[in-house]
Write a protein that binds this ligand. Structure first.
Ligand SMILES: [Zn+2]
Length: 193
């Protein structure tokens, strides 16, 4: 239903709040994490296309939630096509949370950006970001590749934005996996502005 990152984030948040609340001596600080969450939503999201030199014509604006999409069922991001080795850059201000190698995504980077949105960069050829690295729009985090389940396909960046706080108004019970649309945001919404 939700991503591993979303689950870990919510478990961490709720256990922090629970820990603070359970102890009499720390109970007065319970509002701090809630306040931090509120402040995060106020941060403006300045966003750029996360591949150096790419334009809006380098991805298909109908590919978000495209179905059928292999073992993922629906396509929960957009694919930005550029030659292998092109710089992948952070789309927003943020903090690199982790880098990973393996599975469907191949070499990936996860970034926490403004408004508690997680930005996922997949199929990278090389990774330049490291955990807890602060990033700004344009910081190089890797290069375009075709690792993971993109092996044998043209090199592209799979770019996805997820939120641990559900956007219930995006839920669409009439389409396949439509309930999950509360947690996966269409990058096209902001990149085409
Ligand atoms: Zn993709």
């Amino acid at each position: 239903m939700i991503t591993i990152t979303t689950r870990r984030f919510l478990v961490f948040l709720l256990s922090t709040i629970g820990f603070l609340f359970r102890n009499k001596s720390t109970r007065k600080y319970t509002l701090i994490p809630i306040l931090v969450i509120g402040l995060g939503f106020l941060l403006p999201q300045k966003i750029i296309i996360p591949v150096r030199g790419a334009t809006t014509s380098d991805w298909d604006d109908h590919s978000f939630w495209a179905y059928p999409w292999g073992s993922s069922v629906t396509h929960k991001g957009i694919d930005i096509f550029k030659p292998k080795g092109t710089d992948v850059i952070s789309s927003t201000y943020g903090i690199a949370i982790y880098t990973h190698e393996g599975g469907k995504g191949g070499k990936t980077v996860m970034v926490l950006g403004p408004k508690w949105r997680f930005h996922y960069y997949a199929h990278l050829d090389t990774v330049d970001a490291f955990p807890f690295q602060p990033l700004k729009p344009g910081t190089k985090i890797g290069t375009v590749g075709n690792t993971g389940n993109a092996v044998g396909k043209p090199p592209h960046l799979h770019y996805a934005i997820t939120t641990p706080f559900p956007y219930w108004w995006l839920r669409d019970p009439n389409i396949i996996q439509g309930n999950r649309k509360m947690f996966y945001l269409d990058p096209d919404t902001w990149l085409r502005e």
